[in-house]
Design a protein around this ligand. Structure first.
Ligand SMILES: [Zn+2]
Length: 496
């Protein structure tokens, strides 16, 4: 049946339609998510919400009646014996109405772009169900040296002085990241030639995938040739984490895919994160912190969400995180340049469309959830919404450039400052002004520790500056190198 209320609603002015639609969405969602809560089933007529966001608009009260609300003295009430079928039906029709009106004035290019985004969101969400496979999780656990990582975690815990960071779940995650990068997975720029490991390889474009490749989601197979023996070398881009447990190599796609499974197998709530500027990583929920932590397994980095914008020079637009239960627009976590991001997003999609699309995708996954799980997820999402809408602070470490991948590959992606005419890009840095004491004594002492990556101003009560770039006006060909095996860290000059 077509709801007469919804039809009338559509005839309101566009801005009015949005207001009343969001109000009705909120009413319906509260009841659907908390069917036993009395307070959500009753709306006072004198309330501000009713007077300003329902009453003045055509069709709004009609919608409430169709949902099953009844006039009940000074209020509208959905009595507890009323079934929720009608409410659900009206809710669905409201969602459809929103979609139709959002499409009305769309340019063809924006429509095409939105269609592409929708396809990627769907396939992203679909992909995450792989991580729930229990036998696959068991396979993943079999490759993790759990006993050894437990020992390392206990050692880390003994040394950790910060109360907030001193918890097992978090410290184990750090050990897992470290192990994954330095002992388990490797990076592949080009596939090696088994006969001549030192030779150069040239790209020969894409090769057709074999049946075996397709079985593991590698519809793309990169081709190379060895400059020495001219053998054809294949690099299938596997998309199935089970295969990656065996090959243990790839680029960021393979790293994030496999690491997300590894986290899931260790009972973490983990999400696969997709960034529209061509990167992927993982987010992990830490219970004691009550929030999602950014984890980039290629970089062995945890909780430095600003590193892409600040350190890699990425022009971010859309970043979504998903697990089998929900998908969230988490872009805000990764940027401080909200306005620039907004401009880029406006060229890709209508912001109401994205909200509506994500909500709809989440509605479909919610159907199979238990009530207690729904409740837990709802609280988590609300907390996250609050977190994302509050401003970000930087920690200084985000300024590190990317360390994985060859320089040529990073330059091609625009993630490294291009060196032109022998001059590097000027960095923004702090300016040191001598304090009164320093002027009096005629001395200013500044020490740099490469292991802590920190400057200490000895002559100004030990004031510190985090990150070697923080006090550098201009630099060229300098990188921080950390050698895990030798437990050494240093700044090095690279001649490219
Ligand atoms: Zn060869």
């Amino acid at each position: 049946m077509d709801s007469e209320g919804v039809q009338a609603l559509i005839r309101n002015k566009e801005e009015d339609f949005k207001i009343v639609l969001n109000t009705l969405f909120k009413i319906a969602r509260n009841i659907l998510q908390n069917p036993l809560e009395e307070k959500f089933r009753s709306i006072k007529i004198v309330s501000k919400a009713f007077q300003e966001k329902i009453l003045p608009f055509d069709g709004a009260i009609q919608c409430l009646l169709e949902m099953g609300f009844k006039e009940d003295g000074d209020r509208f009430t959905l009595f507890s014996e009323t079934k929720l079928d009608d409410l659900e039906e009206v809710y669905k029709q409201l969602m459809n109405a929103e979609k139709v009106t959002l499409k009305k004035n769309l340019s063809p290019s924006l429509k095409k772009s939105q269609d592409e985004i929708l396809q990627r969101l769907k396939s992203h969400l679909r992909h995450t169900s792989i991580y729930e496979n229990k036998s696959l999780q068991q396979k993943a656990r079999a490759v993790i040296p759990i006993v050894e990582l437990n020992t390392r975690t206990e050692k880390r815990l003994r040394e950790e002085t910060n109360q907030e960071l001193s918890n097992y779940q978090y410290c184990f995650l750090l050990e897992l990241l470290h192990w994954f990068k330095y002992e388990f997975f490797t990076w592949t720029n080009q596939p090696p030639c088994t006969s001549c490991p030192e030779s150069e390889k040239y790209s020969i474009g894409m090769l057709p995938p074999s049946d075996e490749d397709l079985l593991w989601g590698a519809s793309r197979v990169e081709g190379y040739t060895c400059s020495n023996c001219h053998k054809i070398l294949r690099f299938p881009r596997y998309n199935h984490p089970e295969k990656l447990l065996e090959t243990k190599t790839g680029r960021c796609g393979e790293w994030a895919n496999c690491f997300t499974l590894i986290c899931k197998s260790m009972a973490y709530d983990a999400r696969h994160v997709l960034d529209w500027t061509d990167h992927v990583w993982t987010e992990v929920f830490i219970v004691s912190m009550d929030r999602w932590l950014h984890c980039d397994s290629c970089e062995n980095v945890c909780d430095k969400p600003l590193m892409y914008e600040q350190g890699w020079n990425k022009k971010l637009s859309l970043i979504v995180a998903a697990d089998h239960e929900h998908i969230v627009d988490v872009t805000r976590r990764y940027t401080r340049d909200v306005n620039a991001v907004e401009i880029r997003r406006n060229e890709m999609f209508d912001s109401d469309w994205l909200k509506c699309t994500i909500r709809e995708l989440n509605e479909t996954t919610r159907l199979s959830m238990t009530q207690s799980r729904k409740e837990k997820l709802r609280n988590r999402l609300l907390n996250e919404e609050k977190e994302l809408s509050s401003a970000k602070t930087e920690t200084g470490c985000e300024y590190e450039g990317r360390t994985s991948g060859s320089l040529a590959w990073r330059l091609a992606r625009g993630e490294t400052d291009k060196v032109k005419d022998g001059k590097s890009k000027m960095e923004t840095c702090e300016v040191i002004k001598p304090s009164e004491d320093e002027i009096k004594s005629g001395m200013l002492t500044l020490e740099y520790s490469s292991s802590l990556d920190k400057y200490t101003r000895i002559t100004d009560s030990g004031k510190s500056y985090i990150g070697w770039k923080s006090l550098v006006y201009r630099h060229q060909d300098v990188m921080k190198k950390v050698e895990q095996d030798w437990k050494q860290a240093s700044l090095k000059i690279y001649y490219f």
